[in-house]
Design a protein around this ligand. Sequence first.
Ligand code: KG4
Ligand code: ZN
Length: 368
Amino acid sequence: MKDFSTTRSGLVLGIESSCDETGIALFNGRIGVIVAESLHSQILLHAPFGGVVPELAGRDHIKYGLRLIDSTLKSAGISGNEIEAVAYTQGPGLAGALLVGAQLAAALAYAWGKPTIPVHHMEGHLLSPMLADPAPAFPFIALLVSGGHTQLMRVDGVGRYGLLGDTIDDAAGEAFDKSAKLIGLPYPGGALLSRLAANGEETSFAIPRPLLHSGDLNFSFAGLKTAVANEVRHLTGTALPARGAISAPQPILPDDHPRRADLAASIQAAIVDCLVAKSVAALKRTGLQRIVVAGGVGANQKLRESLNRAAEKVGATVFYPPVALCTDNGAMIAHVGALRFAEAKLDYSVNVKPRWDLAELRAPTPCA
Ligand code: KG4
Ligand code: ZN
């Protein structure tokens, strides 16, 4: 049974709009159940540009936000006055996109006379394995792997987070996406690269595993992207730019190249090896026996298989959120809203935090 003893909340509406997904959900904190949820992905909107265009993201959240809230409430047969609080992603993320969700939350909560709860996006990811069955008990290690974050945290309770390791440059999701682009896959390429890798041989290319033996719990993925770019140059017979040349176009591997799947498998294996090695090191260093994986890259099957195997060897158990809750969604925000219900305030200011360190969060004060 999940522990919601710090909350008295009934229905919390959650609004996620930090990046390229509009996620809405209703979560019942009293019984720990997602009552209704809906999601609109902007992938097709941004794909022609090869990445998220912030201005378009904000406009699209405006277009879909209220529409999705309305349909989510209707599908659950719930009216605004039955909702006890409106939780929204306050950060980190794209300022314009966050402002849309914050503004919606403030306007609706004001109209309904209900409090708002600002939520940290990564805390949403971090605690989403608690929505799975079985849920992990505290304390545990969390491996947060998304498009913008790659962190190992020690989690002693809600809001009791200690940073153990971080990426010094690119995030794991970013490494997947940038490599995917180089091998000719559309944005966001992580899941597509992983599908392609299933038909490849992962020892085909010597892709580096940066910081693997650094002795700390940090990650580095920027060099990996350079190595992939060099392999692609080699495979397409493109010469390196001449010394002193200002720039040269980076070749992209054509769709029908016979080594494409092998390169995808080798890239995936390198990223996964780094994530698994540091996760195991974190378990050993802290002596903890539970690790949760959260964030979009947590949907990667190869990561799941390798980490399960490695954790078992050191007597640890791995917990994942349900696959649908690995990538951005409203349920994880409504869920944190319920856990932090004690912090709900009649505050309708629109204030977002595009940059926000997870370690700044504090534990919620239990309800009297
Ligand atoms: O958590 P998320 O949805 O958004 C952020 O907060 O960043 O994570 C998105 C990231 C993207 O980089 C995407 O390519 C990656 O997660 N991703 C995957 C897979 N599914 C999503 N990477 C590898 N394998 C997957 N199956
Ligand atoms: Zn995310």
